[in-house]
Design a protein around this ligand. Structure first.
Ligand code: DWN
Ligand code: ZN
Length: 393
């Protein structure tokens, strides 16, 4: 039996997604309510010099991080405020602080991302935010008023090491704020593609609150976000500094009502995933028998899970278009579908486009005339496997 990564209690299997290029099964710990991967590669193997995901590829994410920086930091900052962003990627969030004249440091282990941030003139440290580096970070940057992370804490296998590192660098009245894909949304949407090697955990509010009981930090507030198909922002202070907000207390109750503490909820989720696999596979095989040309939109990390779990290779999906130059010319992991530019996809005259970047769909539909106006039909994978009626999008 796999032990929980935090409390070391036994866990229960939720779903085995099968052999993946990297990730495997997921389990649930009924002791700390933590939904987690059984196996995951070392972060040094994942966030390499060639890591090809850049936040700034999406206009709506740029806008989101502007609003995040202004509302959580800049509006209340003074001339002495110091901010650390962990997993700062290409500097989309840091740029807003930089322009506002705030003292900040971005930290990221991926050289590709750090290079982009540094070439934009941003102040960054190339490495991991962990106990090994914390003394150096503290002596070179000093204590922080804010430690910020977005889509990064769920990537850190050793959460207790991470929270200890935060505790060492956060001022007494400092604030830790992080936001991650939200378990409640994943269960509601059946978006099992959020489960892949980098996402070691999918957090609920219950789980974050419970894990923090093992530290000197405390969850005091939460704010739901629309990004990445539904995320939760967690606001954390040192224990005893502030009380829990009313909305946090409400959310803890709501999650208990939704059964986010119960294994049976996850058994139902696993059944949904199996049903979606069958529906997707049946649809693609039917379209192949009809000699239709099917392509994909967005070579997302999430699509790795869907393609491998549903056994979809280049005989079913001809190519996937992506706007990231670093991905173009490569192939999807494990399923060998060519990743090409969106222009190349259009030149294939597809009959169907599978929307793998479903979390960016609103942005894509506005900017991509081909998606909107061509005869190609869009296949939605979240919440259901369905062919979209384009007159409604
Ligand atoms: O946590 C993580 C999230 C934040 O980002 C990481 N572990 C990795 C990554 O996950 P992802 O790859 O599933 O993220 P996205 O943002 O859903 O990826 C979108 C993909 O689609 C990118 O490869 C860029 C591409 N894209 C595009 O071709 N045209 C995106 C947009 C917005 C577009 O208009
Ligand atoms: Zn546990």
């Amino acid at each position: 039996m796999d032990l929980c990564r935090v409390c070391r209690e036994g866990t229960e299997l939720v779903i085995d997604l099968g052999l993946m290029p990297r990730a495997n099964a997921t389990v649930f710990c009924s002791n700390c309510y933590l939904f987690q991967l059984t196996e995951s590669p070392k972060p040094t193997e994942l966030f390499t010099a060639e890591y090809p995901f850049f936040t700034g590829m999406s206009k709506s994410m740029i806008e989101h991080f502007r609003e995040f920086a202004i509302s959580e930091v800049i509006e209340t900052a003074s001339s002495s405020t110091k901010v650390i962003e962990i997993g700062s990627n290409d500097g989309t969030f840091l740029k807003v602080l930089h322009e506002a004249g705030i003292t900040y440091l971005g930290i990221d282990p991926s050289e590709s991302a750090i290079k982009k941030a540094k070439s934009a003139g941003l102040n960054c440290f190339h490495g991991f935010f962990d106990l090994e580096n914390i003394n150096f970070l503290q002596s070179s940057f000093g204590m922080a008023d804010y430690v910020i992370g977005a889509n990064v804490v769920c990537h850190i296998p050793d959460l207790l090491d991470f929270f200890e590192a935060v505790s060492r660098i956060l001022k007494e009245d400092g604030t830790l704020i992080f936001e991650e894909p939200y378990l409640g949304d994943m269960l509601k949407l059946g978006s099992y593609d959020q489960i892949y090697d980098e996402h070691v955990f999918i957090f609920s509010v219950l789980a974050v609150d419970k894990i923090l009981e093992r530290t000197d930090l405390e969850l005091i507030d939460i704010k739901h976000q629309e990004t990445h198909g539904g995320s939760m922002r967690y606001i954390i202070k040192r224990r005893g500094v502030a009380g829990k907000s009313t909305q946090l207390q409400e959310m803890l109750k709501v999650e208990l009502e939704l059964g986010l503490d119960k294994m049976e909820t996850f058994i139902n989720f696993a059944e949904t995933c199996m049903g979606k696999r069958e529906a997707f596979s049946n649809l693609l095989h039917f379209l192949k028998s009809e000699k239709k040309i099917v392509v994909g939109y967005g070579a997302t990390s999430k699509s790795t899970t869907i393609l491998n779990f549903c056994n979809v290779d280049n005989s079913l999906i001809k190519a996937i278009g992506d706007s990231t130059p670093e991905k173009v010319g490569k192939f999807t992991p494990g399923t060998q579908i060519p990743i090409v530019t969106h222009e190349e996809v259009r030149s294939l005259n597809p009959d169907y486009i599978v929307m793998f970047a479903w979390n960016h769909f609103n942005e894509i539909v506005i900017k991509d005339k081909f998606i909107r106006d061509s005869g190609a039909k869009v296949i939605s994978i979240v919440p259901n496997i369905s062919i979209l009626d384009k007159s409604n999008v």
